[in-house]
Design a protein around this ligand. Structure first.
Ligand SMILES: [Zn+2]
Length: 335
């Protein structure tokens, strides 16, 4: 009589007991399934067992009366039993599907597509919604924390004369009034260092312009055009959306759990996400469109932005943090 090794689960705990299973004829001639290795040997009528179909190469599970189970890793007394007579429900269907390559390949394709769709559209959409529910106080915390971090790692204090700073600040504030920007908005000057001639929009409406960029401009309207572009990033919450898109875990905590303690992790990613990474093309187009509309309404030639970009382009050497790496190709935008 052949015996089989199996694991016995009593249905109350997850502990498995190794047992030996054998089929032996009972007194009335009917075959019984004997389980040896338990505290008390047990025997079951075959009609009382519910063997399940195997999915792929998984173990064979057999339901015993009560809540107990037998798990056969190798062979089992049920391997020759025709599939349709086995218990399965979903398991049965799964076993059938598993054996069909076409179904498996289609399932894989659907999974890949679902992941792609989620990454391509789901995450940005979720980030847009999440950015909208972040309270102003948390936004302010992330913006201020991010600037502090950039001051420690990248920027130095601005060397622009106070009078020049005041002049540009007045132009900036005038634009903010003109554009009727909701929420906070403030201009900061910094020496860019390795960030070079550059401009950044941080959360909480903080726009940073580097000394190098101011010095590169030959007309204040060129700087106004840059201000307008950065304000376009601010009004559309681009930096917060970028931060959230780049931190899926923070995004999910915020959207699913409403956990606002994500601020810390978002602050930490500001240097990488907002300075090193390229803005998405969609965000740049949106900010450019915003800038163009304002320039048109303020009678500033659209070419002013292109002029400054062309001068940036000609600058050598270009550091990895140049305006060009954080913003898309100049020719495309100058058009
Ligand atoms: Zn930009």
């Amino acid at each position: 009589m052949r015996s089989y090794e199996a694991r016995y689960y009593d249905g109350r705990s997850t502990a498995a007991t190794p047992v030996v299973v054998e089929l032996r004829p009972g007194e009335d001639g009917r075959v019984l399934l004997h389980v040896d290795g338990l505290d008390v040997p047990r025997a079951f009528a075959m009609s009382a067992l519910r063997p399940h179909t195997r999915v792929g190469s998984s173990s064979r599970m057999v339901e015993l009366p009560g809540a107990a189970w037998l798990e056969f890793g190798g062979g089992s007394p049920f391997d020759d039993v025709p599939e349709p007579t086995l218990t399965g429900g979903a398991g049965h269907l799964l076993a059938k599907l598993e054996r069909r390559w076409s179904v498996a390949v289609a399932a894989l394709a659907i999974s890949v597509l679902a992941v792609w769709v989620t990454l391509a559209s789901g995450v940005p959409a979720l980030a847009t919604r999440a950015a909208a529910i972040i309270p102003a106080a948390v936004d302010a915390q992330i913006g201020a924390g991010g600037l502090t971090l950039l001051d420690q790692r990248v920027f130095a204090a601005s060397e622009l004369p106070a009078a020049r700073q005041g002049e540009l600040r007045r132009a900036f504030d005038e634009m903010a009034r003109d554009l009727a920007v909701q929420g906070p908005l403030r201009l900061e000057f910094r020496h860019g260092g390795e960030a070079g001639a550059n401009a950044f929009a941080l959360p909480a409406g903080i726009v940073v312009v580097t000394d190098e960029l101011v010095q590169l401009a030959q007309h204040d309207d060129e700087l106004r055009a840059v201000f307008a572009h950065e304000i376009g990033h601010v009004v559309n919450r681009h930096s917060m959306r970028m931060l959230l898109q780049n931190s899926t875990s923070a995004l999910l905590m915020l959207v699913l759990v409403g956990d606002l303690n994500v601020a810390g992790s978002l602050v930490a990613s500001i240097p990488t996400v907002l300075v090193h990474a390229a803005h998405s093309r969609d965000f740049e187009r949106e900010a450019d469109r915003y800038a163009r509309e304002w320039m048109r309404s303020a009678d500033i030639p659209i070419a002013r932005l292109g002029d400054l970009l062309a001068r940036l382009d000609a600058q050598e050497p270009r550091s990895g943090w140049s305006y060009l790496s954080t913003h898309p190709r100049t020719e495309e935008r100058a058009q």
